[in-house]
Ligand binder design. Structure first.
Ligand SMILES: Nc1ncnc2c1ncn2[C@@H]1O[C@H](COP(=O)(O)OP(=O)(O)OP(=O)(O)O)[C@@H](O)[C@H]1O
Ligand SMILES: [Mg+2]
Length: 456
């Protein structure tokens, strides 16, 4: 057995320390150091790891270009988030809340990947083969190219993978896998880091694409050390609101593609189905007759998406009126409230303000400023925005409305979804090169926008 030594590692940044200290010397966080037992053996000496020939320096010009580097998993939304398919020998970490559908989406992706002729090995540390089979039957996944294995020992997983030589290895979940070289319990910082590193290293050397499922903590981060995110090439999050059938897949790190793309799915009994028209989905339950709600044409990655912004303003009986946000940045809403107060005469100092983005999607663009401001003012004044109106624009501290990127794409989407008019920054309106079948209401100040959609 390899020599082991006890040390302490930070759960936030992975810094190790020979003794326990309250404040991490690496990132300065308090109480993040946990005990871990590390092995002094190198990855190559570790049990279960097949012998790979030693690497040697190669000229850049001599490295052979691989043609079919990416493989489609048969789910267009998934492929897009991955940057156009699964890159050969890459390692991907998929995180998400319990029960959100991580195992489901990977099993469905396994079907598409197995159709390319290379086997897919699905290792579950949480469910038996029969339980995975039960899900597979419900999803209609019946491909002979998919192999199941219920196992938690990293050594056995690696030797089985080396023997089978699949194109893809799925490990569900990394927190259940452990190495007998390390005495720590499965899920501990040392175990998770070591097992993920071995799987990623193995994948790179053996040309196997590795998918790891990761549990998330109460705060929503992937459980285990942050270094887990450095070990892998791509980090995906699978998100959704409780009670909503919609699920959003997004990349927070991608060495082979953009991190702005999102994939939209709907959870059904027969599995996750792709939503090709997300704007229609996010607006499907919109009544249009309520004050304080309006539509914002957002851009997620390269794709426009119409979402409904809702605000509710009601008199506060608290010394500190409440500001609650769901799906938008809290500070952005505070900023809009202050701008409305000072620059547009909307007096919110004794009002509770609640803002929500319908459908469980999150909007992080400054382009949503004007929609947020108009929704809050609309609810305060109890004005219904004329149906068929969409609003976008960034708002500066002086109340001025600034240009935003990709205005034409937003207008196209609004026109496609049957909207009649759009409130937009005048600096964007001046620069439009195409004609749109829409009434364009160009504004340069937030007050002007309010007079168009939320009364004077
Ligand atoms: N028979 C069914 N009909 C409809 N939906 C189902 C059915 N069975 C399961 N589901 C859906 O699948 C979800 C569970 O999916 P899955 O097991 O893939 O999640 P997970 O993210 O892997 O969860 P965990 O973190 O527990 O492993 C459930 O929350 C439920 O919404
Ligand atoms: Mg699961």
């Amino acid at each position: 057995m390899a020599k082991v030594k006890v040390e302490f590692a930070c759960t936030a940044c992975g810094t190790s320390s020979p003794k326990w200290v309250g404040k991490c010397p690496g990132c300065g966080e308090w109480n993040t150091l946990v005990e871990e037992v590390s092995s002094s053996s190198s990855p190559r000496q570790r049990s279960g790891m097949p012998d790979f020939p030693a690497s040697r320096p190669v000229r850049l010009t001599e490295v052979a270009e691989t043609a079919a580097l990416r493989t489609s998993c048969g789910i267009a939304e998934f492929d897009r988030v991955m940057g156009g398919g699964v890159v050969a020998a890459s390692a991907t970490l998929l995180g998400g809340d319990p029960g959100i559908g991580k195992s489901t989406v990977l099993l469905q992706a396994a079907r598409g990947l197995a159709r390319h002729g290379k086997a897919v090995l699905y290792v579950s540390g949480e469910e038996s083969e029969a339980q995975v089979k039960l899900r597979a039957s419900r999803l209609g996944v019946t491909d002979a190219g998919i192999y199941l294995m219920s196992e938690t020992s990293i050594e056995r997983i690696l030797s089985a993978t080396a023997e089978l030589s699949p194109g893809t290895l799925i490990v569900d979940s990394i927190q259940t896998v452990f190495s007998s070289d390390l005495p720590g319990a499965p899920g501990s910082v040392g175990q998770v880091r070591e097992c993920a590193a071995r799987l990623a290293f193995f994948g790179k050397k053996a040309g196997v694409s590795v998918f790891l499922v990761g549990h998330v903590t109460k705060e929503g981060a992937i459980a285990g050390p942050r270094v887990l995110e450095h070990i892998v090439d791509t980090v995906l999050y699978f998100e959704g609101e409780k009670g909503h059938p919609y699920r959003i897949l997004k990349a927070v790190k991608n060495r082979f593609g953009s991190t702005n793309e999102i994939g939209v799915f709907e959870m059904r009994a027969e599995g996750l189905t792709e939503v090709a028209d997300p704007s229609g989905m996010f607006l499907s339950e919109r009544s249009g007759e309520t004050s304080g709600t309006l539509v914002f044409p957002a851009i997620e990655g390269t794709r426009p998406l119409l979402v409904e912004v809702q605000a509710l303003v009601s008199q506060s009986f608290l010394a500190m009126p409440r500001r609650t946000t769901l799906g938008v940045d809290y500070n952005r809403v505070i900023l809009m409230c202050a701008i409305l107060e000072r620059k547009a005469g909307v007096s919110l100092y004794n009002q509770d303000v609640f803002v929500n983005v319908a459908g469980g999607i999150r909007i992080d663009e400054p382009a949503a400023d004007l929609a947020l401001a108009c929704a809050v003012a609309g609810s305060f004044r109890d004005r219904v925005v004329p149906p068929g109106t969409a609003v976008f624009g960034e708002v500066g501290l002086g109340g001025e409305v600034r240009a935003v990127p990709m205005a034409e794409m937003r207008l196209n989407e609004a026109a496609k979804m049957g909207f009649a008019r759009v409130v937009l920054p005048s600096s964007n309106a001046e620069r439009l090169s195409a004609k749109f079948p829409l009434e364009l209401l160009a504004v340069s100040h937030v007050k002007e926008a309010l007079s168009r959609v939320a009364g004077k």
